[in-house]
Ligand binder design. Sequence first.
Ligand code: MG
Length: 391
Amino acid sequence: MTLAIFACDPAQSRGRRYAQAPAPTRSEFQRDRDRIVHSTAFRRLVYKTQVFLNHEGDLFRTRLTHSLEVAQLGRSIARSLHLNEDLVEAIALAHDLGHTPFGHAGQDALNDCMRAYGGFEHNLQSLRVVDALEERYPEFDGLNLTFETREGILKHCAPVNARTLNDQEPGGVAQRFLDRTQPSLEAQLCNLADEIAYNAHDIDDGVRSGLITMALLEDVALFDNYRRQTLAEFPNLQDKSQGRRLLYETIRRMLSAQVYDVIDATREALTTAAPQSADEARQMRPLLQFGEEMRQQSKALKKFLFHQLYRHTQVISMTEKAQQVVHALFAAYLEKPAEMGEGFFAKAQASCNLPDPKGALARVVADFIAGMTDRFASREHERLTGQRLLV
Ligand code: MG
């Protein structure tokens, strides 16, 4: 497939931190994608919460199925816009690798625990996973991915963290947060695909859980337009015997509409801005975008999900328990690092010799907890406290 002039070209990659000979049959971005799929952190995504805790039901999204949906939507849009599909896939599959167990509740709790030591941020952690925490190669830590994939993984970064990262890797992936420039168009696309994916699948999971209803969704324009359209064509879908076909057809139409909207609005923006290279696109305003009406509708849907689902008392009550688990784990390992097991205990011991031993130990503990699946965290909590809060 031909790449657009503004797409990232693997032959022009800014390369890997440790130079490696090219692969005989794969481009550099394909190779990144393959390294991500074979990583330990990727396999853990299957047992990590997206919104609903993993044990609440077998059919809810997990971080893994969410990441696959982001990759599917991203690739589909990339192909239409002649952006680099392999790079989009690599970024999408890696974008949530740094997530803690128990979704946002886990991340908030860990951030709280780490407040005195620089905090915890999942985008930064995703980068840490691929740069440092995966131990699979004899010559280096991490997966040694290309600059372009790492740039896409680091979606947000607070200025203070950006400065630290930039000191370690001058002019590297954190530079853009200091310069306030954009990442590649492929990375911008992954951010939008992420949003499109979770807006749609959280409706599906929300209805499946019974926490939101089709009646409530009638207030959401983006959903209701396509629900009406579907019913006009297939009135029998009102019938109970039809199960969830009305929901699925509505979500399908909603997803397609958003994908086509992004493709049209972005094409227009690209035509006007006319970047002549991937680098020139990085210097411009964000070019991957919804049209104005869709942007508003997507925002309204997000707001609905925030109030009706993410803030639902049932979700909040699980959230509180999950936060208790993370706090208790953090305190326990900080006190007895040997409880983390060999590899992390060794890192904890090595942290004694670092300039800020307390902070370094806390970071080792945070890395250990962040890597846990929901069920491993619950079991560890029970083992260390004798209390069973979840599962
Ligand atoms: Mg995501």
